[in-house]
Design a protein around this ligand. Sequence first.
Ligand SMILES: [Zn+2]
Length: 484
Amino acid sequence: MKVLKHIAGLLLVIVGIIVVRTFMHAPAPMADVTQVNIDIDSNVVAQHLSESITFKTVSNQSMGDKKAEEFDGFIQWVKDTYPQVNQQLELVMLNQTLLYKWQGSDASLKPILITGHYDVVPVIPGSEDKWQHPPFEGKIVDGIVWGRGALDDKSGVVGMLEATTFLLADGFQPARTVYLSFGHDEEIGGPMGAAAVTAYLKEQNVQLAWSLDEGSFLFKGMFPGVDNLIASINVAEKGSVTLDIVATAAGGHSSMPPKNNAVGVLAKAINKLEEHPVPGGLQGLSATMFDEISRYFEFPMRMLFANRWLFDSLIDRQLSSVTFSNAMLRTTTAPTMLSGSVKTNVLPIEAIATVNFRVHPRDTPESVQAYVESVVADEQITVRSLGGRGASEVSSWETQGFEQIAQSLREVYGDVAVTPGLMIAGSDSRHYGQVADDAYRFNPFELSQDDLAGFHGTNEKMSVDAFVLGIKSYIQIMRHGAGS
Ligand SMILES: [Zn+2]
């Protein structure tokens, strides 16, 4: 009886701890911020976004398919549409990328860079009729601007130009120099745009305090039961490595196959990779992100995150089972291409699976390859690297710049949960990060899950209301970031 009493007492204590910790795991009270009052003519800015979409500034995989005149047309449109920007800022053209410099008054302060790209991905041939409105007409219907680039990333570029124009008209004088760059080849890796800008800034001995590029957006309802707007400002981006898993076997006629056909050996290897994902977990950046967001979760998820000392492996399993959060926790594994024999009755001497890994900042391309080799180890298997790149450095989220971006969002949107985040796709920031103390990736526009489907897909669109709030955010980001 005495033992039972002790156990019951202990259980009570544990439950007590869990409950108390759950209650304490609440959002920080909203900082005292005054909402800004900025007057933006929504018709004018929507019209500008619409016009920008009509330039078919498409980056195809093959450079030969590029229509240079569409890019030149867009550049001329920027000059015609934003005369104050062109009169008062200094423009350097790097290939077809525009780099503006807005001179600050205090040379002792490191400059900042605010950047986006105006090239867009192609529309998949044959999918045009799936669009509710044509992809390159920039139709405005019922308060929504439709077309390729409405999200990625002409709204960013046009939003920054509108914000700059507003501040110039307002007589704003930056203390810190502000660079604005508008890339023309982000969708193919930025070799002639962001890379050239980065080289140019290095040559000018410019080291930026921080840069702000495209990245995540503001979302509501990203997690069940969470009504708050969540802004996760990406402070790092994943790398990408591609490996060929090669199975070899004796060839011959398919009428007399051996037991260990190369295809079968390869299939087993892929199976092993699926069953043994690259290790990951809630650490560093991912831990901070989920710690912050989970404060807005409903019971019982909030209870789990408040008591990681007890529930860590449960949380890990939960997060790993959802593709989105799994990608935040680890290097992901995606077999994408397969090849074997060239003829139906010929046994393959080689069967190859091409597997793409998105490298988490905790790993390196080399460590991923070593892990894969250990998982698929077999005398008939070799692993060949097709190359790739590691993850970016992880920028600090405890800086003045990060706080200024967060404050700007709160001034425009009210109570926003701001967290650092990890970008699972690539951006031009892998270049800009080389000349910036910290590289942030975030578009200050509010999107719905439905909007997100348009990203590189069909029916890309942005509501005029969301666009206007984004412009206000850029205005505040520049005001705070540049000081005066
Ligand atoms: Zn983009």
